[in-house]
Structures are given as structure tokens and as C-alpha cells.
Design a protein. Structure first.
Length: 517
């Protein structure tokens, strides 16, 4: 074992000190780099929803193209994130993490200069590949750089900083969009360059290289099958929102379903599969993942389409709408710790079921608000988003606990990775499916009122639109989003029921432990 002086003087060789590859004097560089890299993903994802109306105006993107600007990234990220995590074990965390950041930054710059929606979609898919390596590497390199006794504090700092960037990113992005106009959306991607370069510099110059822990298979075949399966499903669901594209919906969905079965069979036959499907035989693990899918489906659908309604439909400024993400991030940052302690005491069942029910009430409120055409942001929409944030704060930490405690200690890493992928797949399917629902309800609500000058759902109205047509467009937009929120409220109710039935814990928080669940 090295003495403190030897540790401080250790060169960047990657030798093991106190159970970690990184000397104590250099660990804070790992933490800073991980925080900055996390900020890349969080800021990019949260601001994009606020910027989507501006992107559609600037690039002339349809609703289906807007869906794919989000989903191309989500597709490659969700399909490859488990392989990306394995890359850190195979090649070393620092090396893989730097590679992921570099790919993410380069493709971000390509997104910033994309001349049209199709090119932007292609670069977003490549950006998702970089994120699939970068996102799991962010937390993993902290865990590997810090010894166990210091790891909790470091992860807490990382989580708090991540919550702060998630909260402030949309607010600042909305202010910038409002101040400088639609074309400034390109700066959302360009800002990734300085953050990424600082992270790469710290990792390469200030942090030693870690040794690969095991020669794990990356299962690129499984990743390719997953990408094709979920891509076909998302394409089929999205094509329903495209004019004249309905004939491709059923074949694409059917092809996606077949490919999903092929993927499952492929994984079952592999010695080192990307996804250990045997874990789903554990009822609590399967139930927690079903609840995760429903919740993140609902959350992603509302957070993607609500800004479209508020900006393009109600005519609110991007600066105002940027605040809708604030209650969610603040609630999770402030309440996850106390809720985690509560979950440890009574088990995760009640917090997850209760929190899911609260989220369902919030989304049902949004559905009723838009159905009644009550266009009050600060006294209507914002309080409901705050209620949703309180519900999600009850869910996030206990859901992680439920996943981790459902499996053996040796499988916690795989279980966490699967749950992360499930949440992102839920978001991918949500944006595709709910966009098609919104487009169908929007067209049905117009009911012959449509004219060549009436824009599609989520597309800002052109100047000079006749008042009668604008009123019909606004009513149709409210109806479309109301349908989305109603469906997602139902899914949150289902998540609450699934959690109550499958996840261990006391049924009532005030009940004494009796040994039964």
C-alpha cells in the first residue's frame, strides 16, 4: 500500500492506490470531467424540447421529422447503452469515456451546421452512439476513481450538479431563444464543444489511465438487432403522423416485432449477452421495469409535446416555457435523499405506487386543463408540473432501490443498465406513438376547417392566418395534447398498480414490519 506522500506523487500510470486507479490529489479532476460530460447529455436533451418549435420553423420540419430529431438520438442511445457500458470494462473507462465524449462533441458540431431536417436526424443518430458510451461512463468512472468510503459523497456531488444543469439548462436556453430568435437553436449543439474539450483535457492530462477490468464481449450483433427492432417499431408508429404514410405503419411495426423476437432469441443463445434476460424471471425486477417503462413513457411524451403546445399553440415565449423543467429537477434534487431513507425504512413499494399516482393526477390535470382550453401557464400548467415533480421525486430513488434489491449483488450492474435502457426505450416509443396520436386527434378536431395555410400540430402559426382558422388550430392543438396527457395519466395509474402488486415492501407506510410483504 502506498503512503500518503507516495500517493500524492504517483505519476499518471494508472496504478492501483487504495482500491482505486486514481491518486487522491487527482480524483477531483475525474469528478469535474464527469459532471461536465453529464451536462452535455442533460442540457442537450432538455433544451431540445424547448427549441423544437424554433427548429421546425428554421428547417421547415414536419411533425414526423421533429419526432425523429428526438428519436434518432434516443434510438441509438437506448439500443447501444449496454454495449457502451461494456466498452469501459473492455478497453478501460478513461479511454472509452474520452472516446464517447469526442464522438458526442464532433456530432454535436455537425448537428449545429445541419442544413435540413434529414441531415440533422442522421447526425442525431450518430450523436446517440457517442452518448451510449459517454452516459454510462460518467458514473462508472467516478465509482472506479473513488474508494468506497468516499464514493457516496462524490456521487452525491455529481447527482446534485446534474440536477442543477438539468434545471437551469432549459431556463437559460429558453431565454436565449427568446432573445436571439429561432436561428440561435444551433448554439444548443455548439455549446457542447467547450464543455467537451475541457472534459477531454482533464481526463487525458490530469487523470491516469485505468486498466481494463475484463475482456467482455461488446455484443455488437445484439446492439444492431436492438437498433433495427426498435427503429422499425418507432418508424411504424411515427409514420402514422405523416401525411400519406399510414400504409407503411403496419409493415414497419410487424417487422419491428419480428426483429424484437429475433433479438431475444439471439440474446438467449449468447454466452455473454448484452441483456441478461434471465433477470426478468424475478417478479420484483420485471415489475419494476414495467413500471419504469410506463412512467418514463408518460414523462417523455409530456415533456416533448407540452412545449410544442405552449410555444406553437398558446404563443408563449421560449423563456417562459423553459421553466417547466425546473420543478421536476428541483424536486428530485431536494427530495431524493429523504425519500430514499423513507424507502429504506418501509420498502420501495409504497413510495413508487404513491408517486406514480401523484404523477397520474398531474397528467390528468394537464389533460383537463387543455381540454377546457384554460390557457393559464403560471396558475395552471406550472403548478401541475410542480405536482408531477413531487410525484417523480417519490419514484426515482425507490425505483433504483427496487431494481438493485431484486437481484443478487453480482447482477446489480447489469440490472441498473437494463433499467436505464428500459427508461430510454420508453421515451423512444412515447415520442413516436404519442406524436401519431396527437396528429390524428389534431386532424380530426379540425374536421374540415383545415386550409393550406393551417400548420400541423406543434408548428407555429404563420403570420396573417385568419382569426377563425387560428382559433380552430388552437382548439385542435388543445384537443391533441389533452389526448396525449389522458393516455399518459392512464399509464401512470398502471405503473402504480404494477408497483403495488410486484414490488416488495410494507403496503402502508405506517404499518409495522411483520415479515410479510
Amino acid at each position: 500500500m502506498h503512503s500518503p506522500n507516495e500517493v500524492a506523487a504517483t505519476p499518471l500510470t494508472g496504478s492501483i492506490t487504495n482500491g482505486t486507479f486514481c491518486p487522491q490529489s487527482q480524483r477531483h479532476y475525474v469528478l469535474i470531467a464527469a459532471i461536465l460530460a453529464s451536462a452535455l447529455g442533460f442540457i442537450d436533451g432538455s433544451i431540445l424540447a424547448i427549441a423544437m418549435p424554433a427548429i421546425r420553423v428554421d428547417l421547415g420540419a414536419s411533425l414526423a421529422e421533429a419526432q425523429w430529431i428526438s428519436n434518432a438520438y434516443a434510438l441509438t442511445l437506448s439500443a447501444l447503452i449496454l454495449a457502451g457500458g461494456a466498452a469501459g470494462d473492455r478497453f478501460g473507462l478513461r479511454r472509452a469515456f474520452v472516446a464517447g465524449i469526442a464522438v458526442f462533441v464532433v456530432t454535436s458540431l455537425a448537428c449545429a451546421i445541419a442544413p435540413n431536417a434529414v441531415v440533422l436526424i442522421a447526425f442525431r443518430a450518430l450523436q446517440g452512439i457517442g452518448a451510449a458510451i459517454m452516459v454510462p461512463g460518467s458514473l462508472a468512472i467516478i465509482a472506479k476513481a473513488y474508494p468506497k468510503k468516499e464514493r457516496g459523497r462524490a456521487i452525491g456531488i455529481w447527482a446534485a450538479a446534474s440536477a442543477l444543469t438539468t434545471a437551469l439548462g432549459p431556463v437559460l436556453g429558453g431565454l436565449v431563444l427568446s432573445a436571439f430568435g429561432d436561428g440561435i437553436w444551433r448554439a444548443i449543439f455548439a455549446v457542447n464543444l467547450p464543455l467537451g474539450l475541457i472534459s477531454i483535457y482533464l481526463l487525458l492530462v490530469k487523470v491516469p489511465a485505468d486498466a481494463p477490468t475484463e475482456k467482455r464481449s461488446l455484443d455488437l450483433g445484439g446492439g444492431a438487432l436492438a437498433t433495427l427492432a426498435f427503429g422499425a417499431l418507432a418508424y411504424g408508429l411515427t409514420s402514422m403522423s405523416a401525411s400519406g404514410g399510414n400504409r407503411m405503419a403496419v409493415p414497419s411495426i410487424a417487422a419491428g416485432a419480428v426483429l424484437l423476437v429475433v433479438f431475444i432469441l439471439f440474446e438467449l443463445r449468447r454466452r455473454e449477452p448484452m441483456i441478461d434476460l434471465s433477470l426478468f424471471r424475478i417478479g420484483a425486477f420485471a415489475g419494476a421495469n414495467v413500471a419504469t417503462f410506463f412512467l418514463y413513457f408518460a414523462l417523455s411524451a409530456n415533456l416533448f409535446y407540452l412545449p410544442m403546445l405552449l410555444i406553437a399553440g398558446w404563443g408563449l415565449s421560449s423563456a417562459e416555457v423553459g421553466f417547466i423543467f425546473l420543478p421536476l429537477s428541483a424536486s428530485i434534487a431536494l427530495l431524493s435523499g429523504p425519500v430514499g431513507l423513507w424507502s429504506d425504512r418501509i420498502g420501495p413499494r409504497f413510495p413508487i405506487a404513491c408517486g406514480s399516482l401523484v404523477v397520474a393526477c398531474a397528467f390528468a390535470g394537464l389533460a383537463m386543463l387543455s381540454h377546457a382550453r384554460i390557457h393559464h401557464f403560471w396558475t395552471g400548467t406550472f403548478p401541475l408540473m410542480a405536482l408531477m415533480g413531487l410525484g417523480m421525486a417519490q419514484v426515482v430513488s425507490p425505483l433504483s432501490t427496487a431494481i438493485m434489491t431484486a437481484v443478487e449483488d453480482k447482477d446489480t450492474g447489469a440490472a441498473s443498465g437494463i433499467n436505464n435502457a428500459v427508461s430510454r426505450i420508453g421515451g423512444l416509443i412515447a415520442v413516436a406513438a404519442m406524436g401519431s396520436l396527437a396528429a390524428w386527434v389534431y386532424a380530426h378536431a379540425l374536421d374540415g376547417s383545415a386550409a393550406p395555410g393551417v400548420p400541423g400540430f406543434g408548428e407555429p402559426a404563420p403570420a396573417g392566418l385568419a382569426p377563425a382558422l387560428d382559433a380552430a388550430r388552437l382548439a385542435a392543438s388543445d384537443a391533441a395534447f389533452s389526448a396525449v396527457s389522458a393516455v399518459t395519466a392512464l399509464l401512470c395509474l398502471l405503473a402504480s398498480g404494477v408497483a403495488w402488486v410486484t414490488i416488495p415492501g410494507e403496503r402502508l407506510p405506517w404499518a409495522r414490519r411483520t415479515g410479510s410483504s
